[in-house]
Design a protein around this ligand. Structure first.
Ligand code: HEM
Length: 138
């Protein structure tokens, strides 16, 4: 029961974080085509505060719930090596932790990311994570 509740919270937070990245990449960033740089900066600035109060906490919730779940379901590595589930889950967790560290350091420690500065690569990471989250069960 605890696991199901934690997993539901994980999924809901993933919706919030993934939903933001999808909206940002497919809708908000497209406004650059129709607005001047000043208008675009003003429009983004208008929603930035709201985004900051919702998205980083969602990312933290994803991390905490994800770490809890992985401690419950990863299991031990057998003599034949990792199972498909363990491999895909490890990759998913690696990408997720990267996103969590990147977002957390940027927002709470003011450290700007070195490897990817925009929201395009996080968007690709989230899409990959969602695919891995489903294919790891096969
Ligand atoms: C942005 C990052 C993340 C997203 C979008 C995400 C998304 C998801 C999704 C969609 C599922 C599948 C649920 C289902 O279909 O039943 C899932 C499951 C899971 N996630 Fe994440 N996740 C993220 C980060 C993490 C991290 C960082 C960890 C661990 C450190 C993690 C650990 C897990 C585990 C263990 C499960 C499987 C639970 C089970 O066995 O049913 N996730 N996640």
């Amino acid at each position: 029961m605890t696991f199901i509740i934690i997993k539901t919270i994980h999924l809901m937070a993933a919706f919030v974080y993934g939903g933001f990245l999808i909206t940002d990449n497919l809708i908000i960033m497209r406004m650059q085509k129709h607005l001047s740089p000043e208008e675009y900066a003003k429009a983004r600035g208008g929603v930035a505060k709201r985004i900051r109060s919702i998205v980083p906490p969602a990312l933290i919730i994803i991390m905490i719930t994800g770490l809890y779940m992985i401690s419950q379901v990863f299991g031990t590595v057998g003599e034949e090596g990792m199972t498909r589930f363990q491999m895909l889950l490890s990759l998913k967790a690696f990408l997720g932790i990267w996103l969590g560290l990147r977002g957390g350091l940027q927002v709470y420690a003011g450290i700007q990311p070195l490897v990817f500065k925009g929201h395009r690569l996080p968007f690709v990471f989230v899409l990959t994570i969602i695919f891995l989250s489903q294919f790891m069960y096969i």
